[in-house]
Design a protein around this ligand. Structure first.
Ligand SMILES: Nc1nc2c(ncn2[C@@H]2O[C@H](COP(=O)(O)OP(=O)(O)OP(=O)(O)O)[C@@H](O)[C@H]2O)c(=O)[nH]1
Ligand SMILES: [Mg+2]
Length: 280
């Protein structure tokens, strides 16, 4: 019962706001996973939910912030197996620096090695997204990677390197199966209906072709891709949405885009990317 799940992603990729919304669902037991006990220290999570309750996104994590682990034991059924989920809410800036320096802090390395699943976040419409360069240049960059500091590391190069970290560090599952990686495309509420129907992998293919190639070639990880909206809409720029959100109360707005026979649909259970990675 000591398996853990790591949540990682670059700066501004939606990790913190997911944790806040996730806790509400785990606590209420309204998703497939519920909290099997009360976590020890959830003050920072409650700070996040305070922002969301006020109809605003929780602020970006300062990279000077102490590492904050959100640790909770989850289960799918009352009597069924449990899994410990350790979600370090690390500032994306730190993940980015780890890639630039080709070095992961030994604490996180220990955490990654203890984990048999991960959630990798990438966000629609982030102003922190670093655009390449054409992709041939990016590939050269990726190949040569590890030497001098690259001041504007393209997002897709960073993502490929994070996936590589996961490939070398995640441990096989208890049943011997490959570790699982949920790739989560956050702020998926920002895409139009057409992009929504083409799905988050098509989005990654278009925006980050190197990442799409990497995901397709992965042999050591079992991958699934989800679209995610932690709060259901754009609380910052869409005043009408924010008003409706506040009026209806803060819970139950988030959703995950999942693929079914008739295409992509919204599922209100935002625990799904974790539930799949845990395999409960
Ligand atoms: N439209 C929309 N935007 C979102 C959603 N979740 C997050 N965002 C946007 O993404 C920004 C970053 O979200 P955070 O949760 O702070 O991202 P983070 O990965 O924790 O960022 P760092 O702490 O810098 O690593 C927010 O300020 C929002 O603008 C969502 O569900 N919908
Ligand atoms: Mg954060």
């Amino acid at each position: 019962m000591s398996r853990s799940i790591v949540l990682l992603g670059g700066p501004d990729s939606g990790k913190t706001n997911y944790i806040g919304s996730l806790w509400r669902v785990l606590d209420a037991g309204s998703g497939i996973l519920h909290a099997a006990d009360q976590p020890d220290d959830i003050n920072f999570v409650l700070d996040i939910t305070d922002h969301i309750f006020a109809g605003e996104f929780a602020p970006r994590t300062e990279h000077s912030d102490a590492r904050r682990d959100f640790e909770v034991v989850v289960a799918a059924t009352e009597e069924g197996p449990q899994a410990r989920i350790v979600v370090p809410d690390i500032s994306g800036e730190l993940w980015r620096n780890a890639v630039i320096n080709s070095e992961i802090d030994s604490d996180w390395m220990t955490e990654l090695k203890r984990a048999d699943g991960a959630l990798l976040f990438v966000r629609v419409g982030s102003d922190q997204d670093v655009r390449p360069l054409d992709w041939v240049t990016s590939r050269t960059l990726l190949e040569r990677f590890g030497g001098e500091e690259e001041p504007s590391l393209p997002t897709q190069v960073m993502l490929c390197e994070l996936i590589r970290f996961l490939e070398v560090s995640l441990t096989n599952r208890e049943d011997g199966a490959r570790p699982r990686l949920s790739v989560v495309v956050s702020a998926w509420d920002l895409v139009d209906a057409e992009k929504f129907q083409r799905g988050p992998f098509a989005y990654i293919e278009r925006e980050y072709p190197l990442v799409a190639g990497k995901l397709t070639d992965l042999e050591s990880l079992d991958v699934r891709i989800f679209g995610l909206s932690s709060v259901g809409g754009d609380l910052e720029h869409d005043a009408a949405y924010r008003e409706a959100f506040l009026k209806a109360g803060p819970d139950g707005h988030g959703w995950v885009a999942v693929n079914e026979q008739n295409g992509w649909r919204k599922d209100p259970d935002i625990t799904l990317p974790i539930a799949w990675a845990v395999g409960l």
